[in-house]
Design a binder for this molecule. Structure first.
Ligand code: NDP
Ligand code: 8X3
Length: 261
């Protein structure tokens, strides 16, 4: 019988991470679900453990020691981790660089870049030792094209793109697959976080056209994870059909194109 793979998903409490947890649970992965909101982790664990084995780790990816302690606290039944999905992340603010909020900049660099590195640092040595594993980094179209007022969020996702390429080169000799998925606009809690709870502003981002759903990205993650051993999906950019680019964010509203700026 083939061993069920163990996948650790960061940012499993909402959006893309939560949809991925559901889909992987339906497809025989055992799951380590991570996020800060423990109540949500507990609820998701309750739901998904009817389908598969699930454990949870509640930590802030910015806290280096907590990341290490949490992952090291896993008992041997949760090792080795076969799949790491580095998904936790958010945009904080949308402002010209000259009026950017330094706390927002810190949050984006600390979560989207350093957090991804801290989690990877805890998991990679075991993958290297076993000469197997699969890392999936969730980048963004913002990591391929900069857009007005996106400055530091875009920089954080350009960094994810660069780290992914570096990981692929360094881990290649160890048989570890590295995939990046770069979505365009996906309707999740992302805009609520970006606009600090301003629901009206957040909802306006997705008005008048059909954005991607978190399930669309989960599908691509499962696709990447289920290719044969000799195939790696390296880099995927995915838009909603109504979006043509990050910079102008051309969303079709009827026959017109609309920009958020
Ligand atoms: P959500 O806001 O719905 O989910 C973000 C997830 O990240 C939550 O589970 C949250 O968990 C977790 N998270 C945020 N900060 C931290 C932290 N400091 N420590 C631990 N976990 C954290 O957004 P999405 O699902 O859309 O975002 C997931 C990824 O997709 C992000 O990397 C985002 O940049 C990327 N992306 C999103 C797009 C979109 O349009 N939505 C498009 C392109 C990429 P909790 O708060 O419980 O800690
Ligand atoms: C999220 C998509 O275009 O809002 O990464 O930056 S975008």
């Amino acid at each position: 019988m083939t061993k069920q793979r163990i996948a650790l998903i960061t940012g499993a409490t909402s959006g893309i991470g939560e949809a991925t947890a559901r889909l992987l649970a339906q497809n025989s992965f055992n799951l380590i679900l991570c996020g800060r909101r423990k109540d949500r982790l507990d609820r998701l664990q309750q739901e998904l453990q009817k389908l598969t084995k699930v454990t949870t780790l509640s930590f802030d990816v910015r806290e280096k020691e907590n990341v290490a302690n949490a992952i090291q606290s896993l008992d041997d039944t949760w090792k080795p981790i076969d799949v790491l999905i580095n998904n936790a992340g958010n945009a904080h603010g949308l402002a010209p660089i000259q009026s950017g909020d330094v706390a927002d900049w810190d949050a984006m660099i600390d979560i989207n870049v350093k957090g991804l590195l801290y989690v990877s640092h805890e998991i990679l040595p075991e993958m290297v030792k076993n000469n197997s594993g699969h890392i999936i980094n969730i980048g963004s179209i913002a990591g391929k094209e900069t857009y007005p007022n996106g400055n530091v969020y875009c920089a954080s996702k350009f960094a994810v793109d660069a780290i992914t390429k570096g990981m692929r080169m360094d881990l290649n000799a160890h048989g570890i697959k590295v995939t990046a998925i770069h979505p365009g606009l996906v309707e999740t809690e992302f805009s609520k976080v970006r606009f600090k709870g301003d629901e009206e502003r957040a909802n306006a981002v997705y008005k008048g056209y059909q954005p991607l759903n978190p399930e669309d990205i989960a599908d691509l993650i499962l696709f990447a994870l289920t290719r044969p051993a000799h195939v790696v999906v390296a880099d995927l950019v995915v838009f909603p059909t109504a979006q043509a680019s990050s910079r102008s964010e051309e969303r079709r509203v009827g026959k017109e194109c609309r920009s958020r700026w």
